[in-house]
Design a protein around this ligand. Sequence first.
Ligand SMILES: [Fe+2]
Ligand SMILES: [Fe+2]
Length: 157
Amino acid sequence: MSPFIPRPDLDVIDLLLGEHGCMLSLFRHIEMRLPNMSLDEIHAAGEALESLLMAHALEEDQLVFHALRVEQNGVKETLAAMAGEHNEQRRMLEELREQTEVVRARGQLGRLMELTREHFAVEERILFGLAKVVLDEDRRSELGQEYARRRGLSRAH
Ligand SMILES: [Fe+2]
Ligand SMILES: [Fe+2]
């Protein structure tokens, strides 16, 4: 590629926010189909969500939340709540995998998406804004490059 084309700015917060947007689209798609989905289809949807959500939570925890351990009113509590919800998402997805009854599996997948939607809203309202203040632009860009490298995005090396 031409060296005159500048490397895109990869702010890690914008990248994570974009993932929320993609996952919310997928939730809407699954929620519309959920009432008519078979057990196998629910399991397949759960597995797809699991790979997206767990990768997202990992990057969030390791790249961003880890850097936010600041003494500030309520921040510690919000970080602990978000980490707890990442564990709860993991637990719900594991339980869904074991679920053999379609009505229960449907309820479980629906609850997971509801919980995750609220979880995203808290991150967006509180932690992402804070990360933009605590981490300067260069640091967010470095972390964005690390995110890109982990995900295999082009021009990340
Ligand atoms: Fe999260
Ligand atoms: Fe998130």
